[in-house]
Write a protein that binds this ligand. Structure first.
Ligand code: GSH
Length: 243
């Protein structure tokens, strides 16, 4: 059995989708990042950078219990565990890994910053035109790169793979970072096909509220403090870990 530590964000969705796709049994544990649950010592023992998602596999290599944080590592680990969504052909495998790293080190972080300045900072009345322009331009470039890659293939690297699973959740929320996917026809076609997969339609509900949110409210003081106030964040992490 696998424990998934999750919140309803694009990074959270990558882990949810790969678990759904592989068919591995899992238990979903909510870590509501707007409420600061990522700083709980129990969670930080699994995810030292206090970020979701993370997994604990109680039947890891040699029957050991192992924990995995960082979506790139989670996707690779589960692909290797199941033999799914990562080709055994060395060339296809390399292509998949290259594009997985592109997602985790370029697409995710830069689009994430665009989302931050376009939405969350704006919720606080912060209008940072320089930052918005910079990250929006990067986002547009990244969509162009993906569109070119998809011009002559159905999926990013061979068959549907962990590269697609990593990339889709951010494209799914493209409007939120002011990207019109119709401007990127290959991305649009690819995204429409993936959004038909049952794994992408799963929307877990937060137990006590029965809600499933997609957009954390940055105008809420407590939420802002937990997510973006770097002084109190660093403090929270240090206090909770005792460092
Ligand atoms: N590089 C990490 C990024 C994970 C990440 O940014 N998670 C966000 C939610 S999408 C988070 O947990 N934020 C809470 C915080 O920073 O306190 C990964 O790929 O797993």
């Amino acid at each position: 059995m696998i424990d998934l530590y999750y919140d309803a964000t694009p990074n959270g969705r990558k882990a949810l989708i790969v678990l759904e796709e592989t068919g591995l049994p899992y238990t979903l544990n909510w870590v509501e990042i707007g409420k600061g649950h990522q700083f709980e010592p129990e969670f930080m023992a699994i995810s030292p950078n206090s970020k979701i998602p993370a997994i604990v596999d109680h039947d890891g290599p040699g029957g050991e219990t192992v924990s995995v944080f960082e979506t790139g590592a989670i996707l690779l680990y589960l692909a290797e565990k199941t033999g799914k969504f990562l080709s055994s052909n060395p060339i296809e495998r390399l292509e998949t890994i290259k594009w997985l790293f592109w997602q985790t080190s370029s697409q995710g972080p830069f689009v994430g910053q665009a989302v931050h300045f376009i939405n969350y900072a704006a919720d606080r009345g912060i209008d940072d035109t320089y930052a918005i322009d910079r990250y929006h331009a990067e986002a547009k470039k990244l969509y162009g790169v993906l569109d070119k890659r998809l011009a002559d293939r159905v999926y990013i690297a061979g068959d549907y793979s962990i590269a697609d699973i990593a990339t889709f959740p951010w494209v799914r929320v493209a409007k939120g970072h002011r990207i019109d996917v119709t401007q990127y026809p290959n991305v649009q076609r690819w995204s429409a096909a993936i959004s038909e997969r049952p794994s992408t339609k799963v929307k877990p509900k937060i137990p006590e509220s029965d809600a499933s949110f997609e957009r954390i409210d940055g105008s809420d003081d407590k939420v802002w403090k937990n997510l973006f106030d770097h002084k109190s964040k660093a403090g929270a992490a240090a206090t909770k870990t005792g460092s």
